[in-house]
Design a protein around this ligand. Structure first.
Ligand code: AHR
Length: 662
């Protein structure tokens, strides 16, 4: 959506000097003095299955617990017209059967016994409801086998929250072999809280498993696909990389529940479900129905990266469970399987199809390599036990794949004893990339805009791997994605951009949150079962990424970078392709500020500049499902004379100025 803005100053003819904060800022951009190239990976995204980001979110499956593998096998399901406590249940019953080792990755199925024509059904509630849209087609599928002599037929019904029918279809599974049955349903109305009921009619016994419902309209209309609106929001960011699958989910609360990528590829019905670590992490936000079906697994993440034109950045368990939880480690002499997972992943992504793992990628429909160039060893680890494991991984990976860059973690905090210890150690080891995380109050971000100005240009590169300003406190459920946090992040990001010589990758975290099922806030993108919106923080990310440029230019106020003088922060880049100079300038002050920007080192500039403004009058302002664009970018043109840009900045505002040099 393109909006045009009119300056409040212009509209109300505001000229009173007292409304201006201090004196005009004199800024110089040295357009002929690039100081660093901006890597293609500069602005990326961090994906983690937290807040129902995968199942119930990006992954478009609408049925929760489709294969009865949750700890409580019928969680999410409700039996209709059944009397469990009678041997002659009135209409039917469901018995969950566990095949154990015989089908270890999907052991359970439901045996449905139907007594007559009264109608027995199992109804699925979806992920806090199912998002069903009028006129849209939905693909239903299930595995079924019918016992000899049984004459059970199936009616599939979608209903809204009040029980009104939205769509109906019929299926007649035949034979005692497990077979997949599919049928389409077209919805006659919309509801974000719809339900699916599978009715069993007739008499007999039918086994069912993998009961699934997908919208036909997924991203690129793929089967087993992703929600198109959510991927579109990601695509609009034009991310340079995508980090997956997290976050703490990589580590697991204990080693047994770590993320194991090998169990997330291949046939969807053979991917072994496990609990999601965010299921019980926060007592104040319990999510007992939060599991990982892995329908969205590593193949799909690589494919998403490819679709987005983003470099894939997988992060793997280094044999250490979350140090905030169990802190379990695999002993050093039992680390090989973990290391082998990393080596095999590189093969899966890049191999030529002749090795076992690359053949699987090939068989899954992707003969071309995914061009993996980086891999993360561990998520938020710290202490000597991490360094030991990082070294073992690095030795093995570099021996086989010397060109792969390794991302090392520098724990959860951006300073302190553990941070300094790891930073010193990784620098001595000449590590490729160090992952730093910062979840802090807005003031921290403002104070740290110059954090990287003194980092060694010849040392390891930095991955600002997880950051978000917290309006209240880290992990407070009261945190808001408000304008104050977004503005502080924008100010901080000028420092990341200015230091692209050192900081090569940056990502806000977490990425997604379901409005009815979140555990952690703030988050970049929020959604319900039908709608989604970008927060003000999302638009900050988008403006940086969409105006990335190709080289950093020197921008000075007096003799120093602009890192908060009079509450103003700025950075400048040149886009070599479009031959534009791009200035990002943030006014965190409550007053109007004037900036005179002199562009040096260019022969001639266009007589007009394109200006994008992101602003709000209130620091507390937020976007929402009801008002998704309350804070969103607006554009206008301003005149330029004699290589001078004169910008009157509104209070609490973020401007991106693009000027073509001729
Ligand atoms: O982004 C949420 C969590 O914050 C991540 O899982 C973890 O890495 C960090 O502590």
């Amino acid at each position: 959506m393109k909006r045009i803005f009119f300056s409040a100053l212009f509209l109300i003819g505001f000229t009173a000097q007292s409304a201006f904060s201090q004196t005009p800022l004199e800024i110089t951009v040295k357009a002929d003095q690039p100081v660093a190239a901006i890597p293609s990976t500069m602005w990326g995204i961090f994906f983690e299955d937290i807040n129902f980001a995968a199942d119930g979110g990006l992954y478009a499956e609408l049925v929760k617990n489709r294969s009865f593998e949750f700890d409580a096998p019928l969680m999410g399901w409700k039996e209709l017209n059944s009397n469990k406590y009678s041997l002659n249940a009135s209409s039917g019953s469901a018995l969950v059967i566990n095949r154990g080792e015989q089908a270890s990755s999907n052991p359970r199925f439901a045996r449905i016994k139907v007594n007559g024509d009264n109608g027995y059904g199992i109804s699925n509630e979806g992920f806090r409801g199912m998002g069903i849209k009028t006129g849209m087609t939905y693909h239903f599928s299930m595995l079924a086998s019918q016992q000899n002599g049984s004459t059970v037929k199936i009616k599939i019904e979608l209903t809204d929250a009040n029980g009104k029918t939205l769509a109906v279809a019929n299926l007649s599974p035949q034979g005692t072999e497990w077979k997949k049955y599919t049928i389409d349903l077209k919805a006659t109305n919309s509801d974000p809280k719809a339900k699916l009921t599978v009715w069993f009619e007739g008499k007999g016994v039918m086994d069912v498993d993998m009961i699934s419902l997908f919208p036909a309209e997924t991203w690129k209309n793929r089967s087993n696909g992703m929600r198109a609106d959510l991927v579109q929001l990601l695509a609009d960011l034009k991310p340079g990389f995508i980090r997956f699958p997290g976050g703490c989910i990589v580590e697991g609360r204990e080693l047994a529940t770590r993320y194991q990528w090998k169990k997330t590829v291949g046939d969807v019905d053979k991917r072994e479900l496990i609990v999601n670590r965010w299921n019980s992490e926060f007592a104040h936000r319990p999510a007992p129905d939060y599991f990982q079906s892995f329908g969205l697994g590593f193949f799909e993440y690589f494919q998403l990266a490819e679709d987005l034109g983003a470099a894939p950045l997988p992060i793997l368990s280094c044999g250490m469970a979350c140090q905030f939880n169990s802190a379990e480690v695999a002993p050093m002499d039992e680390l090989d399987p973990y290391i082998q997972d990393a080596l095999d992943l590189i093969d899966f992504a890049n191999g030529d199809g002749t090795t076992a793992w690359s053949k699987l990628r090939h068989d899954m429909g992707h003969a071309a390599p995914f061009n993996l160039t980086m891999i993360g060893v561990g998520n938020e680890q710290w202490g000597p036990q991490y360094i030991e494991r990082y070294l073992a991984f690095t030795k093995a990976i570099k021996a086989k794949y010397p060109k792969i860059k390794i991302v090392a973690s520098n724990g959860p905090a951006p300073d302190g004893e553990m941070f300094d210890y790891a930073d010193k150690t990784f620098r001595a080891l000449n590590t490729d990339i160090i992952d730093e995380h910062y979840y802090n109050k807005p003031e921290w971000f403002l104070k740290n805009a110059a954090r990287y100005d003194k980092y060694d240009r010849n040392g390891p590169k930095v991955f600002a791997g997880e950051y978000a300003a917290q309006s209240v406190n880290t992990v407070s459920p009261l945190n808001q994605n408000n304008w104050e946090t977004a503005l502080a992040e924008a100010a901080f990001m000028t420092g990341l951009e200015r230091n692209a010589a050192v900081v090569n990758l940056c990502s806000y975290a977490p990425l997604f949150a379901h409005v009815d099922a979140w555990q952690w806030t703030p988050d970049l993108i929020w959604f319900d079962n039908l709608k989604s919106y970008g927060t003000p923080n999302y638009y900050v990310q988008k403006l940086f990424s969409n105006n990335k440029g190709s080289e950093v230019l020197t921008l000075l106020s007096g003799n120093a970078p602009l890192t908060g003088q009079q509450g103003v922060y700025a950075s400048a880049v040149r886009d070599k392709n479009s031959n534009e100079i791009i200035i990002k300038i943030i006014n965190t002050d409550n007053k109007i500020q004037k900036a005179n920007v002199k562009i040096e080192g260019v022969k001639k500039l266009n007589s007009a500049a394109n200006v994008t403004l992101l602003k709000s009058d209130a620091k507390e302002a937020v976007n929402s499902i009801e008002n998704p664009y309350a804070i969103s970018p607006a554009e206008k043109e301003i005149k330029i004379s004699n290589r001078n840009v004169s910008l009157t900045m509104e209070p609490l505002s973020f401007y991106v100025v693009r000027i073509k040099s001729l």
